[in-house]
Design a protein around this ligand. Sequence first.
Ligand code: AMP
Length: 281
Amino acid sequence: MDVLHTKAEMRAWSRARRGGGQRIGFVPTMGFLHDGHLSLIDRARAAADRVVVSIFVNPTQFGPNEDLDRYPRDLQGDLRQCRERNVDAVFLPTPAEMYPPDAATTVHVPTLAGPLCGRDRPTHFAGVCTIVTKLFNLVQPDVAAFGEKDFQQLAIVRRMTRDLDLAIEIVGGPIVREPDGLAMSSRNAYLTPEQRREAVALSKGLAAARALWDAGGRDPRALEAAARAAVEGADGAEIDYVEARHPDDLTALEGQVDRAVLALAVRFGGTRLIDNAVFTA
Ligand code: AMP
């Protein structure tokens, strides 16, 4: 496995592989890898000849009072997991390598970045779009894998890729969960044992909404209420949002619907967790 630190090394690596006719699959991450990340590595592997994983805690997608300084890191563990998963190259740039001090250009998808997490994190998705664009330009992948766990991010990356005519296939991967239903996340490491037990309320809320959907419930407000009731029962849970929206363009839903994504963000102390479920007829 090649470990690459500079943009020049990354570009040269990809140029050589592409010149040899190999398809490159790419999984961008912020590290502290878990089975959700590994499932995306497998998806990229299935669609390409070579797999690149980037590990970069991107400062521009964190707000001023967020967890950039304490974001969990385990570089040796991450490299070991990548090696075990037969990753071909890991790209590990520093912030200084990625952002010259006078970097001024950003990428925005304002319609999709407005609702849901965009309300609580107004600069987050511009940071994501900008770093993903830069990483796409350096890695030059044929296919890139993103998790449905970050449903809004996936929708935004798909739209950005289409709008900017990037010749990259975007593949989504299903949410990987802990045995009790909690969606895997690097940020779960922040939870105290008690918060960790209560955090199952997110997936329980989604399950309650799914039961309603399966019984024929098609009112987005009722789906939201079912999930909200379950989350409100958890000790220490503070809801940022529980919202049903259109799964393609994240627009608001009214009346009876035949498809929806139910997305939620809940804080336990200083830890913000997100989860979602897609309902289709
Ligand atoms: P992160 O390192 O948290 O920025 O995530 C990197 C990629 O892994 C993103 O595409 C996430 O959506 C994806 N991901 C994170 N958690 C999960 C999960 N539990 N299941 C599937 N994909 C995930």
